[in-house]
Ligand binder design. Structure first.
Ligand code: EPU
Length: 314
């Protein structure tokens, strides 16, 4: 065991947003065994714990986290026919690159998802019309309450748009994930990766300090959420990068909030669902921006935006 363990560790550097106070204890787990060991230690001492993946879809409070933050880092990828098994800490981009090296296709869309496999399974990450649920065959988990390892077939994970059973059962920790890909032409796959990367660079704030999309898109096909009077105000289908959605970025944009700033946080000029830390932003600055955007969209469209980002330490 070669844990990295630090006390009073500032969390901001471990997030893409670069926002957040210290964790009482911060543990880096480089293997599945280390991850389970860290969970067992926290559990046996009755210390609150949470898992931090790539830190790309989270807002950490200015006070930080009272307990242990466990960060699965790295890990391995195994290939078996058209199956790929990747540990929770492996980045999405690495799985894309290594799969293409094995001439396995169907995961190219994930190239720009700035997360780990574990976080992406938990949030059913997706873009360009695909989601994790399209490729996940099974998820290997550790049930921290019962202290057992299990293999969950994909249908047990109840995947939905940015949703999964894991989001509602924090004691079930993703250890690794089996993906089913398709043998194909490596060069064609690499061409697709270049296209997706160019599209993102044009439309999103790649490389800046943000948490990706702050809000989920609005489910266009749900009459209980988008009633007939609201539907009439949008083209059918409405602008969206997701299947059956209304782009939350489009709504924030239409509410006139692009470029709006509070303290060190601002709403991107390029995409209304990207909030940026343009220098010295606090979590409270971001929370204020979130409140303002929600109020403005509710007032203008009668629609309630829901956060996609996960809150840590609030
Ligand atoms: N649009 C605007 N103004 C804006 C933003 C978007 O008019 O400020 C318009 C665009 O011009 C386009 C439409 O809205 O016509 C859709 O925009 P985009 O293609 O950027 O997609 P999106 O629906 O805003 C979703 C996902 C992204 C994913 C893209 C591409 C969510 C919340 N967002 O965004 O995912 O990368 O599709 O597939 O589901 C994320 O989840 O963190 C994320 C970035």
């Amino acid at each position: 065991m070669a844990f990295v363990i630090r006390e009073h560790e500032p969390l901001a550097p471990h997030t893409v947003f670069k926002i957040g106070g210290p964790a009482d204890v911060y543990v880096e787990a480089a293997t599945t065994d280390e991850l389970i060991r860290a969970l067992q230690e926290a559990k046996s001492r009755d210390i609150p714990w949470c898992i931090l993946g790539a830190g790309s879809n989270v807002l950490v409070s200015d006070a930080g986290y009272r307990g242990v933050v466990i960060h699965p880092t790295g890990g391995s990828i195994r290939f078996d026919g058209d199956g790929v098994t990747a540990d929770a800490g492996v980045t999405m981009a690495r799985v894309v690159a290594e799969s293409l090296r094995h001439s396995l296709r169907g995961f190219e869309w994930a190239i720009g998802v700035p997360g780990t496999i574990g976080g992406s399974v938990r949030g059913n990450a997706g873009c360009f019309g695909s989601e994790m649920k399209d490729v996940v065959r099974a998820v290997h988990v550790y049930d921290a309450d019962r202290g057992v390892r299990e293999v969950w077939p994909a249908d047990r994970a109840s995947f939905g748009y940015r949703e999964s059973a894991f989001k509602h059962r924090p004691e079930i920790v993703v250890l690794s994930c089996e993906l089913a890909l398709v043998p194909g032409d490596r060069r064609e796959g690499e061409g697709l990766v270049r296209e997706y990367t160019a599209h993102r660079a044009k439309t999103q704030d790649i490389g800046s300090q943000s948490a990706g999309c702050i809000f989920k898109n609005i489910p266009w096909g749900r009459p209980d959420i988008v009633d007939a009077s609201v539907r009439r105000r949008f083209p059918n289908p409405p602008p969206s990068g997701t299947v059956d959605g209304i782009s939350a970025g489009f709504l924030v944009d239409q509410a006139g909030l692009k470029g709006y700033r509070i303290g060190g946080a601002s709403i991107s000029q390029r995409h209304g669902n990207f909030f940026l830390n343009s220098g010295g932003a606090t979590a409270e600055d971001v929370r204020s921006l979130i409140r303002i955007a929600k109020d403005a969209v509710r007032e203008k469209f009668g629609l309630t935006l829901e956060e996609e980002i996960q809150y840590v330490g609030f």
